[in-house]
Design a binder for this molecule. Structure first.
Ligand code: NZQ
Ligand code: ZN
Length: 387
């Protein structure tokens, strides 16, 4: 097991009716900027619950943060936060609203240059606005972590940052808010959370049996509950289970002391930036291809996963069969697993791979995935899909 530090100060307030607790979670004298997305919170009653809990407070609003939040939009919100001199942000929505608001929190106090540098140059702001969240889409884990992913429309870039100032002070997770999720978003959320676990698990054995079993608990639970939420969208306990899985999948716990491989996410962000696929749609395509490409190095862990999660113990090709099972799981949730199914061909593969090279990035748990390997992985995403 590798050395590690673990720090996660996010207060999670979980359960039915918890949005009302905003009245005590937000100090009375705060001047708030409430941020939200394209309007789902106005249709499903979440907005009304938030406003009711904050009645009598000074609350400015910024709506219209889009899925895969755009720097250009977030800078408008940053401007508003500065103009109104707000002293706290409240993000209400899915991962995009939360991520976008984390960026606003850091950008609002960043005076040293263009806030894009926080993403592109890893510039480290010294101050940020405090942030609270009401999470309505179990997927990213943004409610429980210090990560944020922002897209820049003008250059078709999608970049991430991690900064301790981006930890929410609190996150309210009321599973009832997720009843209104369209099936596609609910399925996306399950695949995203599943992929987060995998990026911290599917490497090589690292003498970390507890972290392995914690990861496997999340995988098994998502495989069990994921398809069921599509059948029973108003089943509270199923929704609660998926919400808690998503928060746990990327709150730092299962990353402790183990190697990680974020290749799937890194390539996926480029696909979203260039073609506009949903985040999870990219993951369902790329993850099986990364594993097939990296089979020798990941074989031992894939076999462990095959035995423990899919209870396959007979035969020799446990690793390949585990990959097939995973792909079938993604497809059972309605996601496609080939780029060709989205009408995407090989024409921009060199460009995508070249972006990593230009940023000096090598991917994989051994940094063994360079430009050539990225193109090879992308080519595997063009094979004909399984029957
Ligand atoms: O914009 P509104 O109208 O709110 O609608 C949203 C949006 O259209 C809708 N939605 C959210 N909650 C709903 C709802 N509709 C009905 N009922 C509800 N309760 O769902 C749509 C998608 O929302 P979005 O926030 O974009 O989805 P998600 O939570 O999957 O977030 C994706 C973003 O998070 C980033 C992704 O790259 C992507 O930009 N990620 C963030 C991570 C992090 N911070 O740790 C890690 C992830 O790997 C990921 O990269
Ligand atoms: Zn993700």
């Amino acid at each position: 097991m590798d050395n590690f530090e673990f720090y996660n100060p996010v207060k999670i307030v979980f359960g039915k009716g918890t949005i009302a607790q905003l009245s005590s979670l937000v100090p009375a004298n705060r001047k708030l900027l409430l941020t939200y997305g394209g309007g789902s919170i106005k249709q499903n009653g979440v907005y009304d619950q938030v406003k009711q809990a904050l009645a009598g407070r000074t609350v400015f609003e910024f709506g219209g943060i889009e899925a895969n939040p755009r720097y250009e939009t977030l800078m408008k919100a940053t401007q508003l936060a500065r103009e109104k001199q707000v002293d706290m942000l409240l993000a209400v929505g899915g991962g995009s609203v939360l991520d976008g608001t984390k960026f606003i929190a850091l950008a609002a106090g960043y005076q040293k240059g263009d806030p894009w540098d926080i993403l592109a140059q890893h510039a480290a702001p010294e101050h940020a606005l405090p942030l609270g969240c009401v999470m309505t889409l179990p997927a990213t884990g943004s409610e429980a972590n210090m990560f944020s992913v922002v897209s820049r429309e003008s250059t078709h870039e999608k970049l991430a940052f991690a900064h301790p100032l981006a930890f929410p002070q609190f996150s309210i997770i009321d599973p009832e808010t997720t009843y209104t999720l369209p099936e596609r978003q609910a399925a996306n959320g399950v695949v995203d959370a599943f992929a987060h676990v995998m990026e911290q698990y599917m490497t090589f054995p690292a003498h970390a049996p507890l972290q392995d079993r914690q990861a496997e608990a999340l995988l098994a639970t998502l495989i069990e509950a994921g398809p069921q939420i599509l059948q029973q969208p108003r089943n509270y306990n199923l929704r609660a289970t998926v919400c808690w899985c998503a928060a746990q999948a990327l709150n730092g716990v299962i990353a402790c002391g183990v190697p990680q491989d974020w290749t799937t996410h890194m390539i996926g962000h480029e696909i979203t930036a260039l073609y506009g696929l949903d985040h999870a749609q990219t993951l369902a395509v790329i993850m099986p291809a990364v594993w097939r490409h990296q089979l020798p190095g990941k074989a031992e862990k894939l076999a462990q996963y095959a035995r423990r999660i899919w209870t396959i113990s007979e035969g020799e090709d446990l690793a390949s069969r585990a990959i097939d099972k995973t792909e079938a799981f993604f497809r059972s949730l309605g996601l496609k697993t080939r780029l060709s199914e989205y009408g995407i061909g090989a024409d921009r593969f060199e460009e995508i791979a070249g972006r990593f090279e230009r940023r000096g990035l090598r991917l994989g748990e051994h940094q063994a995935i360079g430009k050539k390997e990225v193109v090879e992985i992308l080519n595997l995403c063009l094979q004909s899909p399984p029957k």
